[in-house]
Design a protein around this ligand. Structure first.
Ligand SMILES: [Zn+2]
Length: 255
């Protein structure tokens, strides 16, 4: 099997502190040889950097996740810019908009999202975007700022929204949710979308696949996502593996 890239994996979080090396080893054995590790808030950037520095296959992205809005301060955008200039990550993120969880002020979310999109444009880096019940607002933001590229991770929008994102130079990340049989709209999209716009992810430790429901997710489980998408498309998994790995390499500038 062609080696895979998990384009969204929170390997730095505490849930992996007790067995991170084993988790990475299991991923490598399963053929998931590289991970993009997106940040969630400023306080976690130093640990994330240290975790990624220990393994050649881990690539850091730095950003401010919309769900952790309470922890973000205006100064963090300036700190992010300085941090990115110094550390030269492969992407900005995780950033975006979440209109599903209550109590997250949309205007304040937009403030941090726009700020991060501008940093991505300035440094010519891709963005790793979280968009829950907010895909239209994300598309509008991307259009308004302009000159961007990236991935909308764990995409859950419509076919039409997908097409608008492709036109803006964005890829879609698919993970565990596509393995659930009731995910009709998502499975239809996975079966029919052009492979050139697809990357695979786990979002570990979150979003486990249908075989690991209720458990901590980990990057080795991405093979289940690969096989589901290959089955839905009626093609050999290796074809999906080659295309999605090439897409990830191109988007994140991996060697
Ligand atoms: Zn995430």
């Amino acid at each position: 099997m062609h080696p895979l890239v998990d384009t969204h994996c929170h390997l730095d979080v505490d849930e992996f502190d007790r067995d991170r090396d084993e988790v990475i080893a299991r991923a490598r054995e399963a053929g998931v040889t590289r991970q993009i590790v997106p940040a969630i808030d400023a306080a976690t950037w130093p640990k994330l950097r240290d975790v990624c520095a220990k393994d050649d296959g881990l690539y850091a992205a730095y950003g401010l996740h919309p769900l952790l809005l309470d922890r973000h301060r205006d100064a963090h955008l300036d700190e992010l810019r300085d941090w990115v200039e110094r550390e030269r990550p492969v992407a900005i993120g995780e950033c975006g908009l979440d209109y599903f969880v209550e109590g997250l002020d949309p205007e304040r979310q937009q403030h941090f999202f726009d700020g991060q999109l501008k940093i991505a444009r300035e440094f010519d880096l891709p963005v790793v975007v979280h968009a829950r019940r907010a895909v239209d607002a994300v598309i509008a933001s991307i259009r308004r700022i302009g000159g961007l590229r990236g991935v909308v991770h764990s995409f859950s929008g419509s076919q039409e929204q997908a097409q608008q994102l492709w036109k803006q130079g964005f890829l879609l990340g698919l993970g565990g949710p596509v393995t659930y049989e009731r995910a009709n709209r998502l499975r239809k999209l996975a079966a029919s979308m052009p492979l050139e716009f697809l990357v695979l992810e786990t979002d570990a430790p979150d979003q486990p696949d249908a075989d690991n429901r209720g458990q901590r997710n980990e990057p080795a489980h991405m093979t289940r996502v690969l096989h589901t998408i290959a089955d839905l498309r009626g093609v050999d998994p290796d074809e999906v593996a080659r295309a999605t790995t090439a897409n990830a390499e191109r988007l994140f500038g991996l060697a």
